[in-house]
Design a protein around this ligand. Structure first.
Ligand SMILES: [Fe+2]
Length: 143
């Protein structure tokens, strides 16, 4: 079963966010390795839940970076994150067989890598390089 291979093309040239994205790959590959080594559904589910939890942590961090930098695309980007979280919930809720669970997770990760990191997250990287985040909140900002 193919694992996810990190490529330089996935980098958005922000050290912290790139490191978190790579960790997502590691956690997704852990699911695939568990499946390949014949682990039971419960263990595979736990590995998917670990990935799910880290995705939420990562999204919260990414959104904090965007907010700190007053990134204008934050509301739209947050919607994309919510859609991914929704999909992961659906996968966890609806998959009672290991093969279905892993297949759906792989599909989500693949589309997430292609559509999200390479498009939406890259735009954040471009913006942050032009305007690095500051420690002070933007005056008058209410969110
Ligand atoms: Fe993102």
């Amino acid at each position: 079963m193919d694992e996810f291979v990190w490529q330089d093309a996935y980098r958005i040239d922000n050290e912290t966010i790139d490191a978190e994205h790579r960790h997502l790959f590691d956690l997704a590959n852990r699911v695939i390795h568990f499946r390949a080594s014949g682990e039971r559904l419960g263990s595979v589910r736990q590995a998917v839940i670990a990935l799910y939890n880290y995705i939420k942590t990562h999204f919260a961090h990414e959104e904090a970076c965007m907010a700190q930098a007053a990134y204008p695309g934050l509301p739209a980007h947050r919607v994309l994150h919510e859609a991914i979280i929704y999909e992961m919930n659906e996968i966890l809720r609806g998959s009672t067989e290991i093969d279905v669970l892993v297949y759906k997770l792989k599909r989500l990760m693949q589309s997430w890598v292609i559509d999200h990191i390479q498009e939406a997250d890259r735009q954040i990287g471009d913006f942050l390089r032009q305007r690095p985040p500051t420690a002070a909140p933007v005056s008058g900002a209410d969110n």
